[in-house]
Design a protein around this ligand. Sequence first.
Ligand SMILES: NC(=O)c1ccc[n+]([C@@H]2O[C@H](COP(=O)([O-])OP(=O)(O)OC[C@H]3O[C@@H](n4cnc5c(N)ncnc54)[C@H](OP(=O)(O)O)[C@@H]3O)[C@@H](O)[C@H]2O)c1
Length: 259
Amino acid sequence: MKNYILITGASSGIGYEMALQLAEKGYHLIIVARRVEKLKRMQRELTTAYGIDVHYFGKDLSDTKQAIDLYHEIQMQGFIVTHLVNNAGFGAYGQFVDTSLEEELKMIQLNISSLVILTKLFAQDMIKRNEGRIMNVASLLSFIPFPYYSIYSASKSFVLSFTETIAAELAGTGVIVTALCPGTVETPFHTSAMRRTNAMFANKPMLAATVAKSGIQLLLHGKGKKIVGFNNWFISNLPRITPDKIMMKIKKHLASERI
Ligand SMILES: NC(=O)c1ccc[n+]([C@@H]2O[C@H](COP(=O)([O-])OP(=O)(O)OC[C@H]3O[C@@H](n4cnc5c(N)ncnc54)[C@H](OP(=O)(O)O)[C@@H]3O)[C@@H](O)[C@H]2O)c1
């Protein structure tokens, strides 16, 4: 039986780049996202180029039932997931009172609920094997929640605190749980409204390939959390030395539309 790295949200951005770079290193992959055509193409290209095994599952993980189904389908096919990357996620931008509640509830299901489901189910198997690695993709906003990104920021704060607590609980079991915390990354994640904010001009977006490389290092060899890039590390520490009132003013300015 073969060992696999499972990546959710592998059809685009950071997840896609991680899949490419892990394939180059010879790892077998299970890739998950909604756009099956993209996954199918990736399967064809990566198996041809690198001679690895790639299996894909078209799932909408904003529906928690599909997250549970994903686990059971992988079990039934006898694939062993040694590494899990909970990367799929999306954000929304706007005044909380005006944004779509339906979209926000989906965001909570995807960014939080399905991540918890997959972590729990795969961690249980990993503990039985006395080894495994889980990497959850959090964000710089896990440390500095931004106005106009209320639910997204809160979801990523959840991801970081959840990851840190279970990493401590699982210490000694052979299962290592880590959190990747990117700043702004150039991917289709950003809507046109997000792209007009001051933050997009103040902090140059990093390349998805650079963030993926950092993520792979953390996934394969690291521990704890990793904030990608020195600038982002510095920004993540600003709340420690800046009064709340000033910090919120800075964040509101950064999250506002550039005029
Ligand atoms: N870009 C940034 O600036 C940034 C910064 C910090 C953290 N992050 C985090 O990094 C992660 C990856 O984001 P990205 O920037 O690479 O964005 P992206 O290019 O938009 O990729 C998101 C991935 O998630 C998948 N996805 C979205 N909704 C899904 C759903 N309902 N069910 C299953 N898969 C779904 C998408 O595939 P389908 O559309 O095919 O389903 C896609 O593969 C996210 O968790 C994001 O919050 C991003």
